[in-house]
Every structure is written in C-alpha cells, then in structure tokens.
Design a protein around this ligand. Structure first.
Ligand SMILES: NC(=O)c1ccc[n+]([C@@H]2O[C@H](COP(=O)([O-])OP(=O)(O)OC[C@H]3O[C@@H](n4cnc5c(N)ncnc54)[C@H](O)[C@@H]3O)[C@@H](O)[C@H]2O)c1
Ligand SMILES: O=P(O)(O)OC[C@H](O)CO
Length: 368
C-alpha cells in the first residue's frame, strides 16, 4: 500500500537550494505528516574527479555551493530530476530562473498531478507578445499544478549560519498556507504568509535590478545617501510596476520581508551588488565577473533588468521606469555607469506632490 506520508523534493541545490534543504530536511523529521526522506535534484558536476551527488550523499556537504555546512542525512542528492520529483507531494523550485523552462519540459507528465509547487526562484522570463511571465505561472502552466512562492531578505549563507531572519510566503490557499509555514519555519527563520502571491514574487524579482544599481553606486564611490536614493527610487518603481501590470495587489506587501527587507539586504550583502561594484571598478563584463567571482553561482539581476526593459520598451513605458532602464543600459554596456545619477536626477518621483488646494496657493503667493 502506498505511504500516506507527504514527500518533499527540492529542485535545485545551489547556494539557496542547499540552505533551504538544511531547514526542510530538519523540519520533516519533526512533522508527522511528512516522509523523512527529502530528495534534492542536483545538476551533476564533477569535483576533483568525483560526482557532486556522491560527495553530497557521502559527506552531507555541498562542497561547491554551500561549503562549511552539513545537510541533514535524510536529504538525498539525486542527479535525475524526474527520479527526484516523481513521487513528491511538495516540489520546492530553487534553481536560477534561466533553467526553469527546460526543467519543466523534462518534468511534464512525470510528476504527481496532485503535487503542490513552492517557488523560491527570484526572476521572470520573457513571455510571447513582449511581456514577462512570473516563474510560478510558468511552473503552474507547464506542469498543471498550483505553485505558491517564498521570497524574503534571505542571503543563503546567513540563513545556513542560522542567523535570525524573516521571509514571506505568498499563498492564497488557507489550508496549505499553514502546511507550507510548518515545512519552512524555524526559530531563526520566521515566516509571514500573505495572500498577495503576485506582489511577493514581483518584489523578489525586481529587487535584483535595484541591487545592481546599489553595486554601481558602491563602485562609483558615491556613498550611502546615494545608495539610499537608489533603494528608495527602486522601491517606488517596484510599486509602480505592480500597480500597472498586477493591479489589485496590496501596498502592505512591500513592507514585508519580500519588499523593503529584501531590498536592504540585497543592496548591502548580495551577489548582484558585489558583481556590479566590481563591474564599475574593473571594467570587465558582467559575465566574466560572474564566472570569476561566483564559482558557478548565477546572477539574476542583469537578466531581469533585460527582461523588464524588453517589456517596458515594447509597451512604450520606459519613462515610467528610469532607474530600471538605466541599470539595464549599464549592464548591457550601452551607458557608462557614471551616467546612472544623470539618468535618475529628474525621476518622476521628484515632482512636487502637494496638491494645489486653497491653502497651498494662499501661502505660496507673496502678499501684494
Ligand atoms: N543565494 C541566495 O542567497 C538566494 C537567496 C534567496 C533566493 N535566491 C534565489 O534562488 C534561486 C536559486 O539560487 P541559488 O543561489 O540556489 O543558485 P546558485 O546561484 O548557487 O546557482 C547555481 C545552481 O545552478 C545549477 N545549474 C547550473 N547549470 C544548470 C543547468 N543547466 N540546469 C539546471 N541547473 C543548473 C548549479 O548546479 C547550481 O545548483 C535564484 O532565483 C536566486 O535568486 C538565492
Ligand atoms: O545574492 P543575490 O544578489 O542573488 O541576493 C540573494 C537573495 O535574493 C537575498 O535575499
């Protein structure tokens, strides 16, 4: 008789995938409704002549993407994504966004039709017709399963160190919300669940563009006031983006960990910031720096900036997103980084915002 215990598969084993595997691996051991074994799809690589999956299963350490942290022994590395996912009731998607379509094609028809997805992937993909598509929507559409999201101020290394932080789950299904929270939450990793799924996911994707801007500011040596301006204008463009393309989302979502929280952490401690700073200081390309500095980890910001720019250009809306546009042009080598501030100096957010009511006009006109 098949087991009634719920099985979890983590699709991805990079820096964040491995950190979340550490949490989920421990949590399932405490939750009676879950099977003890957690499968983790590992994109196979050879490290010093040995397969990464074999190293992980023998030493319980992902020596390439999360060295120095021991994963629970019930997390089993599997090199074939179908083998890893086929029996799972919960699929945790945590690969760099550029790989999601291929993985979905491989998984189509090979997973449980009742499986539930949770995407931790920060990014978008281009949609036909000049727009963007949310990663959770790509997963839902391709695999015909529900897919919720988790985004937050969560630098993987700090989470793996068990330093306190918060995260946001976007889930409209009330019953599932509690199960997902139980699966993810620990005493150092606190989860807030909101039902504003799209806004949570858009925040997670767009903050990576802002992080590149913060890195350019650091590379140019402009200091913390300028960085604060980039963070604030970035937040305003994130809100504008959601207002235009995902109407009905809530402003309050931007005050969750997925919003301002993630903007702060990513603009000070993230990989997008670090590579963007080096881009200004060294003059090397983003791709070259990604290869040199990240040891196989992937950047999401420059890709996302390109995707968002493609959409705003197609829809003739570049003037609504001057910061996102400038960051894309700098990443693409079309604009010198030093031009960043000139591009945002006259940002629409700097317009006078006081309404011309009676009291305003009376006080502002000098008396005759
Ligand atoms: N690292 C973080 O601090 C962090 C925190 C929160 C969210 N995220 C998000 O999580 C997602 C995954 O990031 P990450 O940090 O775990 O990954 P990562 O940057 O460490 O990426 C490397 C991963 O990509 C895999 N890979 C390489 N080529 C592949 C291919 N062709 N097909 C499939 N996989 C391939 C590698 O094996 C490795 O597992 C991203 O969207 C990221 O924005 C990351
Ligand atoms: O290192 P980054 O720039 O990919 O950011 C990592 C996380 O998204 C921070 O929450």
């Amino acid at each position: 008789m098949p087991s009634k215990l719920k099985k979890v598969c983590i699709i991805g084993s990079g820096n964040w995938g491995s950190a979340i595997a550490k949490i989920i691996g421990k949590n399932v051991q405490k939750l009676p409704q879950f099977d003890n074994e957690v499968t983790m799809y590992v994109y196979e690589e050879i490290m010093n002549g040995e397969k990464l999956t074999e190293i992980i299963n023998e030493t319980h350490e992902n020596v390439k993407y999360l060295p120095g942290h021991i994963l629970p022994e019930n997390v089993v590395a599997v090199p074939d994504v179908v083998d890893a996912a086929k029996d799972a009731d919960f699929l945790i998607f945590v690969v760099p966004h550029q790989f999601i379509r291929t993985l979905c094609s491989t998984l189509l028809g090979k997973i449980k039709p009742t499986a539930v997805g949770l995407s931790l992937i920060k990014g978008f993909d281009q949609a036909a017709g000049g727009g963007i598509e949310l990663i959770s929507h790509i997963i839902s559409r391709h695999l015909r399963i529900a897919c919720h999201v988790l985004m937050g101020a969560n630098l993987a290394g700090e989470v793996a160190n068990e330093n306190f932080c918060e995260t946001t789950i976007g889930c409209r299904n009330f019953r599932l919300a509690q199960t997902l929270k139980d699966l993810i939450e620990t005493d150092y990793f606190r989860v807030v669940v909101v039902n504003d799924e799209e806004a949570v996911e858009v925040c997670g994707a767009l903050k990576n563009i802002v992080a590149c801007g913060a890195g350019f500011v650091d590379g140019l040596g402009l200091g913390d006031n300028t960085k604060a301006a980039v963070i604030r204008l970035g937040l305003m463009e994130m809100i504008k983006f959601v207002e235009i393309f995902y109407p009905g989302c809530k402003l309050s979502t931007f005050f969750e960990s997925c919003g301002v929280g993630d903007l702060v952490t990513t603009c000070y401690g993230g990989r997008n910031r670090r590579v963007s700073e080096a881009f200004v200081k060294t003059g090397k390309s983003i791709k070259q720096l990604e290869d040199e500095l990240l040891n196989g980890q992937k950047l999401q910001g420059p890709f996302t900036a390109e995707e968002v720019n493609f959409m705003s250009k197609t829809k003739n809306m570049q003037d609504k997103f001057p910061l996102f546009t400038a960051i894309h042009n700098i990443c693409a080598g079309k604009l010198p980084a030093a031009e960043l501030i000139n591009c945002i100096r006259n940002h629409p957010e700097h317009m006078v915002k006081v309404e011309p009511d009676e009291s305003f006009s009376a006080e502002s006109e000098p008396a005759e």
